[in-house]
Design a protein around this ligand. Structure first.
Ligand code: 6LW
Length: 503
């Protein structure tokens, strides 16, 4: 699913573009797997596979049935599922996450990371977010959480042994020591954390000790990675996890953002997954250049077939990239009612509601074109770019009319409208990243919304500043998702095209 393209001896970073934060990576032989946070979306926790650390294909979502993830209908955006750790131990895959809108820390296991994953094991004795799993040579399983606290657990039952114990507090004065990952590497146990908060001051620090419980000595060069206070095009870098490449070299997957425009810079795709090389000097990891243009690793790259541009809705099942806020009811989202079409039946009202019928995919490119053939003869709905309930631009069709509606915080307005001919209509949204920053107030991109004439001519209804659908305006932990929705009745979609248009 990655959009990586090779140019000479370099590959593009992010390796998993779009809203894919808090990556955790694990290697099993020649295969690599990454899991990411998913917050209020269902299915939850996207899982990716790679053989070269550069090209990643989504193979599923770990939490894909209500017995694993059943978010309250009114749970807030940027609630839900936080920060997975993915590990392989004793022939099984283990995944631990926090459901901040539900039962707290939860453990799942699987023999195949593509699924099915088990029902959750609850961990009532493990407080806090960002749980990690590490096993020592005696088979003890250590669960380490943000803070940084640690408790021994039985991963099969969720039982905890004793109260959590603080094992490190990160760099004195730095906020939010979080995202711990604990590893045995050579003679030491290493405790990798993020600190500084997940905004512009984010960074990665590390400590090491003789045992999984410490005592831990901080690296004298902490933070070992941060882009705080720099002009680097990748910002907010942190929340890393370490892995060895096929040749034994070391690498870090981590989150970062790509702000655009003037001041303060707006990022719209959420936090994305990047890859950075790691060296070891005097028993400490040294993170190499983290670039959008990454020197290609020395092993053979294994590009895969790109994700098809067109989603035809001809299959019974939706591909794993399609996500919905909070829940997806089969009767409200089906390819069975009108074969070859996706039918969405309105459950709530508009996209202002938490419990809306919406099916979308992450916007993964700074510039892209999204088109869908929609039939709204039996309802009202269309195509939208969504950050959360308070921040979305909608291209909404109902009998004989199409409207552009903008919801920005407490304000909601119909920006433009126009009659449409009878029958299905191609709805089109174009996102164009800013090329030149004319002054300090220039936004990150423009979002144009309109319809296509039968000959393909684009009739633009409105062109809106993209900053209002950015994390710097909306807040939270997610990124843009673009997709289809029904606000009343049923709306049918024959196909949706997602065309990357980055240079
Ligand atoms: C996550 C925390 C963080 O739990 O943001 O980037 C929180 N770091 O570690 C949500 O992703």
């Amino acid at each position: 699913m990655s959009s990586v393209s090779e140019t000479g001896n370099s590959v593009n970073n992010p390796v998993i573009p779009g809203f894919h934060p808090d990556p955790s990576v694990c290697r099993v032989g020649a295969d690599y797997y990454v899991a990411c946070s998913s917050f209020e979306y269902f299915p939850g926790v996207p899982v990716f596979h790679s053989r070269d650390l550069v090209h990643w294909t989504q193979i599923g979502n770990a939490l894909d049935r209500p017995s694993q993830l059943d978010l309250p209908r009114d749970s807030p955006s940027s609630g839900g599922i936080y920060a997975p750790t993915l590990r392989h131990h004793d022939g099984r895959f283990w995944l631990i996450v926090t459901n901040v809108s539900g039962d707290g820390n939860l453990l799942f296991s699987a023999t195949d990371p593509a699924g099915p994953w088990s029902d959750p094991v609850r961990l009532p004795g493990v407080p806090g977010i960002d749980p990690d799993l590490a096993w020592d040579d005696e088979g003890n399983c250590w669960c380490t959480v943000a803070g940084v606290g640690q408790v021994r657990i039985d991963p099969h039952t969720g039982e905890t042994f004793g109260p959590p114990r603080r094992i490190w507090s990160g760099t004195p004065g730095a906020k939010a020591p979080e995202a711990p990952h604990l590893y045995r590497i050579g003679e030491y146990w290493y405790l990798l954390i993020a600190e500084g908060g997940t905004e512009r001051c984010h960074g990665v620090s590390i400590a090491r000790g003789p045992s999984p419980t410490g005592p831990f000595e901080p690296c004298p060069d902490n933070p070992i990675l941060s882009h705080r206070g720099t002009e680097h095009p990748i910002q907010n870098t942190g929340h890393g996890d370490l892995v060895q490449g096929p040749d034994g070299s070391w690498w870090m997957v981590l989150l970062g953002v790509r702000p655009r425009g003037g001041t303060p810079g707006w990022h719209v795709l959420g936090r994305e997954t990047f890859l950075a090389p790691v060296d070891w000097v005097d028993g400490w990891p040294v993170v190499g250049e983290l670039a959008t243009d990454l020197p290609a690793p020395p092993w053979p790259l294994q590009p895969h077939a790109p994700v098809p541009r067109r989603e035809d809705f001809d299959l019974g099942e939706l591909a794993p990239r399609w996500i919905s806020p909070r829940r997806r009811l089969p009767e409200d989202c089906t390819t069975k009612e009108r074969p070859g079409w996706l039918t969405l039946r309105a459950r709530g009202g508009s996209l202002d509601d938490a419990d809306v019928t919406f099916v979308g995919r992450r916007q993964q490119h700074l510039s892209c074109r999204v088109r869908a053939l929609a039939d709204a003869a039996e309802g009202r709905g269309g195509l939208a770019v969504r950050l959360d309930e308070q921040h979305h631009y909608d291209l909404e069709m109902s009998s004989g009319e199409v409207r552009v509606r903008a919801r920005i915080g407490p304000l909601s307005t119909v920006v433009a409208s126009r009659p449409t001919p009878p029958g299905p209509v191609v709805l089109r949204i174009e996102v164009a990243a800013v090329r030149a920053v004319r002054d300090a107030r220039t936004g990150p991109d423009t979002i144009s919304l309109g319809i296509e004439e039968p000959d393909g001519t684009f009739v633009e209804l409105a062109s809106l500043d993209g900053r209002y659908l950015s994390t710097e305006v909306a807040g939270g932990f997610t990124g843009r998702v673009v997709g289809m929705y029904a606000a009343s009745g049923s709306v049918h979609f024959d196909w949706l095209d997602y065309e990357p248009r980055d240079d």
